[in-house]
Design a protein around this ligand. Sequence first.
Ligand code: C2E
Ligand code: MG
Ligand code: MG
Ligand code: MG
Length: 279
Amino acid sequence: QAKNEGGDRFRFYSREMDRVAQERVSLETAMREALATGQFHLHYQPQVGGDGNALYGVEALLRWDHPELGPIAPMRFIPVAEECGIIRELSLWVLEHACAQMARWRRDGVQVPRVSVNMSALNFRDGQLASQIQQTLARHQLSADDLTLEITESVMLDPDPEVLDNIEAIYVMGVRLSLDDFGTGYSSLSHLHRLPIYELKLDQSFVHDIESSAIARTLISSVLRIGESLGMKVVAEGVETPSQRDFLIEQGFPVLQGFLFSEPLAADALAAWWQAGSA
Ligand code: C2E
Ligand code: MG
Ligand code: MG
Ligand code: MG
């Protein structure tokens, strides 16, 4: 009896694993098709100066509208793209399109100071990354300080020598590195000073808890002080309410990002949003 139950359970798990594996494979196929047929596009979320109404920059966020399945969230397909290796092409696609858009804004006189692009840890294992970034910037007549790369802590923990070479080359080029989702990983502090990190992005979860948690508020001001004492710019993301904003401004955060200011927008909508607000 027990043995049978065990057998059933095993079959259940194995079917479940099949289903997950199949979803992976079909997502992979769908992503290749999406790249080939233009189903991906970028949205841009403004990052505003904490002191006034200056636009500090925008973060490019990948969007996928599947013709049958509808929109698929990055949290669902980015991990699969990392597993199957298609993240390499996908990140280059994002880089190319974000830079092309920056160049278009420049040409149209829309004053977007810089664009941030999210990179996966795996991209830093690619020996070509730094030169591909340089070529992309040159192709669009952009300079290194028009671009910021957002990385996560896993990049810093990767012992692959290729990773350090890329980081070094990118730093020398003058492209800024931003450490995304800061405060959620481990050994954050001990690794901070080892790499040329220009900017820290405080993880959204801290901002979310500002009203409800005195500990969150204490941690937030500590992260700001630590970042600043290391010469880094500290960005707060996930700002949704005026009271979160007020607390962060009072603490002295130089840059804020979140739905309170704007959700991620298509390029045209972003330019309209900015021009309407600054007029
Ligand atoms: P992330 O880089 O930390 O991006 C911030 C995420 O928070 C975005 O979700 C954004 O839409 C969302 N967000 C912004 N403001 C608020 C707010 O006030 N409240 C809340 N609750 N959320 C807010 P999104 O676009 O779904 O992206 C999720 C994650 O997927 C990103 O987190 C990033 O890790 C990854 N991702 C997105 N685009 C790319 C990409 O082009 N390349 C790579 N490698 N990863 C990407
Ligand atoms: Mg990011
Ligand atoms: Mg983040
Ligand atoms: Mg993230």
